[in-house]
Design a protein around this ligand. Sequence first.
Ligand code: TRP
Ligand code: SF4
Length: 328
Amino acid sequence: MADKKRILSGMRPTGPLHLGNLHGALLNWIQMQDQYDCFYFIADWHALTSDYENTGKITGYVREMMIDWLSAGLSPEKSTLFVQSHIKEHAELFLLLSMITPVPWLERNPTYKDQIVQLSNKDLSTFGFLGYPVLQAADIIMYKANGVPVGIDQVPHVEITREIARRFNYLYGEVFPEPDSILTKTPKILGTDRRKMSKSYNNAIYLGDSPENIRKIVATMITDPQRARKSDPGNPEVCNVFEFHKIYSDMDTQKKINKECRSAQIGCVECKKIMAENLINALAPIREKRAYYMQQPELVEEIINTGSDKARLVAFRTMEEVRAAIKI
Ligand code: TRP
Ligand code: SF4
């Protein structure tokens, strides 16, 4: 354990996980479990930064997110799985870091500027929303993580984390390592409408979707937009359904579809049916484990509590060092 590098990452509990989350993040997290000392947590306080008006669903989402994680293959034996709000030390470190973080660092954060525009239906002119990256920095450096596996959109936050860690070390002495972003290649699967897969676009396929639902959703997927009729040859390279085949269908099927699509021998309806069945099969183990955990709320609760206890121990020690360094 001691010589394994530590990595840490988190997700906001904004709803059940979909295939975009699975392939964009979770599968990488799962793979890293043997190689690294992994800390994975559910960032429920971060969910409040944009959803402070609607808090009723967060607890349910936290539980469901842990179930999705466990079902997909995150292991409480291999990794430390926890919930942010269970570790009050994050709030203390956030406060202390906020004392040394210059506001312009936060105001020029590209994600901040972006979100203010994109979520214009919400009032995000709050202190907490501006301070989002400071809380994230506290999450990361609390565990002295060396690496942070994230999507490209989160890289600016890891960058701010490095700057904050550097500033802390400069002011109070060397306490924190500067974490690196770990960007991994992920397949480019899109939502059913070819936009980024997202809950808010209503274009997602969820880990918990039933086979009937998956069939229905796949049937609505937009294919090669140039292909209007079955008699038109299609181009799998620009077809999102084919991207799914690349993940869920075997090589022979892929080759056959590639050829028959280009020569207009296979229609999109049939092609989608094949894909849907392979997707349903691939998700079967996750679906079964999900059903199991859904019926074991106490077990899930216990996993959350045990993981959070493990994390809290590390956080406790870090905060002792931090207070000593600051002399407070
Ligand atoms: N901001 C991240 C997201 O929206 C979630 C997050 C919170 C996080 N704290 C973190 C990710 C610490 C990595 C490390 O996806
Ligand atoms: Fe896409 Fe399949 Fe239709 Fe070709 S046949 S355009 S790969 S859905």
